[in-house]
Design a protein around this ligand. Structure first.
Ligand SMILES: C[S@@+](CC[C@H](N)C(=O)[O-])C[C@H]1O[C@@H](n2cnc3c(N)ncnc32)[C@H](O)[C@@H]1O
Length: 220
């Protein structure tokens, strides 16, 4: 029997951890970190993970985490489960958590689409997908995060009324995202709030002259 491996939505990226990141890893990972194992389907109780009952936000691909930290700091009534595969980003977000004494973030290291399988249906208030890898070549489109199967799974994890908020600086991906999200039978387009701080990849897109598209869809 041939093994079927999930199609990855991320590039393997090299990156070094500086002393600040390594110190934060050593000090804060045990309390704030969560390793995502491929194929692990053990249910994850988010209230237990955060030690309180509060609305939960899942962010997929937080990069270096500066936007995540800013949003969580400005939104202390919600808990942010932030997932990333890039190790320096993990160290940076942990450092920000320590420096700003943030208690409403947990950092998941690994494939967020694997993590999603462990979350209960209707357990999320929002899902944030900010500037996902655009995979511009046609033969790589299957690696895009926003595609029908992933959107169905994310929608099932949202509570009724919960919001899937995506942003991109790649016009072709924006069009494809809008088509996929409009076609999902359980999502309705809504207005993306103005509360999203500019992200690192967004700055790059703006510098390169690319337009920014925010798309927000509410679960019915
Ligand atoms: C283009 S970067 C954007 C980072 C950040 N959101 C920003 O706007 O600056 C996309 C990030 O998503 C991460 N990523 C892609 N697929 C992922 C997945 N399935 N699980 C976790 N992280 C993922 C990549 O490692 C990468 O850091």
């Amino acid at each position: 029997m041939t093994e079927t491996r999930p199609i990855r939505t991320f590039h393997p990226r090299r990156g070094r951890m500086g002393a600040r990141h390594a110190d934060a890893m050593a000090e804060l990972w045990p309390a704030y970190g969560l390793t995502v194992l491929d194929g692990d389907r053990t249910p994850l109780d988010l209230d237990e993970l955060f030690g309180r009952t509060a609305p939960k936000v899942l962010e997929i691909g937080f990069g270096m985490g500066d936007t995540t930290a800013a949003m969580a700091a400005a939104d202390p009534g919600r808990d942010y489960l932030a997932a990333e595969v890039h190790t320096p980003g993990i160290g940076n977000l942990l450092a920000l958590i320590g420096e700003q004494a943030l208690t409403n973030i947990r950092v998941a290291h690994g494939d967020a689409m694997e993590l999603v399988h462990r979350l209960a249906p209707a357990s999320l208030d929002a899902v944030h997908v900010f500037f996902p890898d655009p995979w511009p070549k046609a033969r790589h489109h299957k690696r895009r995060l926003i595609q029908p199967g992933n959107v169905r799974l994310l929608r099932q994890r949202l509570r009724a009324g919960g919001v899937l908020h995506c942003a991109t600086d790649w016009p072709h991906y924006a069009d494809a995202m809008a088509r996929v999200l409009d076609a999902d039978p359980g999502l309705r387009r809504t207005v993306a709030g103005s509360g999203r701080p500019e992200t690192k990849f967004e700055k790059r897109g703006v510098r390169a002259g690319r337009p920014i598209t925010d798309l927000a869809f509410r679960r019915e």
